[in-house]
Each structure stands twice: as C-alpha cells, then as structure tokens.
Design a protein around this ligand. Sequence first.
Ligand code: GAF
Length: 388
Amino acid sequence: MSASLAQAVAANFHQHFGYEPLLVRAPGRVNLIGEHTDYNGGFVLPAAVDKEAVFAVGLNQGAQIRLVAHDLGETLELANAAEISPSDTHWANYLLGVAAQFQQRGVAVPGFDCVFAGTVPLGAGMSSSAAIECGLAFALNRLLGAGFETMELARIAQLAEHTYAGVMCGIMDQFASLFGRDAHVVRLDCRSLEYEYFPFDTQACRIVLCNSGVKHSLASSEYNTRRQECERGVSVLQQHHPEVVSLRDATMEMLEAHRSELGGTVYRRCAYVVQENTRVEAACQHLIDGDLAAFGQEMYGSHAGLRDDYEVSCAELDVLVEAARAAPGVFGARMMGGGFGGCTINLVAPDKVDAFIESVGKAYEEKFGLKLETYQTTIVDGVGVVAK
Ligand code: GAF
C-alpha cells in the first residue's frame, strides 16, 4: 500500500475534522477465472491486489455524516445519520449503502466522518466499488463494536451495491477484498461460501492487466439482464428437474434436453455458466499441478464463452486477448470482471513482461489509436487496519 496516500488521507481528515481517525486499507481484486458464476451459486478464483482504497474514519459525537472524496476534492454532508437515503452524489452511495445495511441489522449508526482515496482504476473491472464498500464496512464494524464476522461484512457490502448502486452483483468482489491473502488466490464456492487458498507466486508468473480504457454505459443494465436470463434458465429447468436451485446444479445434458424451451439466448447464457464452473475446477487442478500452460488454456476458453455465449465482451477486449495470444511468454488471457470494457487479465512469464506489453500495446494502438495502460499487480492481504 502507498504509505504516502495513507498519510495524505490522514492529513486531510485532520484538516477537516481535527481528531484522530481509524485508518483502513481495502484492496481491489483480480479474478483469474470464474466470471459471472458467483450469482449462479458457482465458483470463482479471485485475489486481492495492490490497487487499494484508503480510509480515515471516525465517530464525530454528533448526528452528521461527513464524507470527503479526497481524489475528487468533493464533500457530502448529511444532517442526520438516522435518516440515510440514496444520494444524487454517485460515489457517496457506496458509503451510505453500507451505513444503511448496519442500520438494517439493528446497529444504530451515529454521526461519522470519512475521508477516502484510492488507486483502484475506476471502470477497469477491478472492483473499486467493492473496495470502497468493504473498507467502510470494516471501519464501522470496528468503531461501532458491531461484531459482524468478515463474511457478514462481505454481505453488507454486496447489499449496499444492490440497494444503493442498483447493481445486482454476486459476492465475489466483496469477498475478495475482505478475504484476500498475500501471495494466494482463493477459490470460493459462492453457494456454500466455503473457500480454499492456493499459493500463487507473482514472481514466477506475473499478473498483467491491460486496461482497454472502455467504460460501457450499459454495463450495469446488461449485468442485471444477464442475471435475469440465468434466473429464467433456472425456472425452465426446475419444471423438469426440481433439484436445480441455481445454474450450479445444471448440466449440459439438461440444457440440451430443454434447449427449445429455454430459447437460444437463455440456452447460451446457461451453457456458458455451466462450462465456466467446470473450467474453474479444472483450472484449480492445473494450479495444484503447477501447469500454467493448461491453466492458461482454461482462461482462453473462459474468454471465448464470455464473448460468444454470454456476450459481455467488446471489440477492444477481444483484440487485447488475441494480441496476448500472439505475444511472447503468455500462458493465458481473458477479459475480467463484469465486461463491456475494463481490463483483460494476462498471465505472463516474468522475463517476457516487457516484450508482452510492447507487443500488445502496439497491436492496440494500431487497431484503435489508443495508448494502452497496463498494471503489473501483486497479490496482497484483504482489508485491514493501516499500521501506523
Ligand atoms: C462484477 C460483479 F460485481 C461480480 O459479482 C461478478 O459477477 C463479476 O462482475 C463477474 O464475474 O464484478
């Protein structure tokens, strides 16, 4: 974490509010494989990374909520913490939604102050919003002595996104931000919420993100539509297979048998999810076997499914993945996150990173006239207090 960013946030808090805050850091995430599976009760394989949000938070002994977005130089004040409601100020909703979730769980939220800043690129599919939600949830839990367990904080953050940001996200991003572990990826079963850590050495295999720079305005509405299409698939299958509670329980055989009833679009959405769950399980085995080449093939398969069947990719992401495939030293590549823009994730041999960036950057500039932004990420611990 950037010590200077934490210092700047702390200094800003002192300047605004004049007392000592709790300092918290909350990372964004990458996801190696398992996309759009979380809200289908399936598997994901994310990790928390060194692009983080930093918070200074304190209770102000009054009733006001005072929020400062350090990077934007914007503030928002609410007269009464007991009367929280969604705001017209977009960024504030991620914070207010969290406070509202505490209240919903019977925790009285008194006046508090919060200054936050971050290095998670916005709209890059690295979950800047989850980082913001999780950081405040962690801080309020501490300051209020609410005693929520970490998984409950993930749910609080997820529901904040549902209710105050209007995105019906799964739990992956919030889970990854809170449960990340240094030098490990974590496989989460999004139904049982059981999880398992796998060592991942970014010195031996670099995680390079290529930011398409595309921020699709339809991303959240299309995301919610995909979720509805999956629910539609489940309701069709349930009529024949009552044991199907989510697409996690579906098989390709079931989908084939009821293909016409599902209809072309819903069939393809469901097929993608069923196949992606299988890929995550296979990918974890490849990780255990130390077979990065085989792991990478699962990533390419994931991208093809997201592009052709789930239809959440875009031309820029497709070009980045194809350019990666042609570049030296690449084990695998795919679009990452909700889609319609944001980043691709690439696993690259350490000695080939510079050549990879040059080659993909050149292809991207040639095709779209855009300068490619890339990030080499390392895997870090999940949300925690910033050591003083
Ligand atoms: C977004 C959502 F927030 C996640 O819950 C997940 O569904 C992801 O898109 C796609 O895998 O990041």
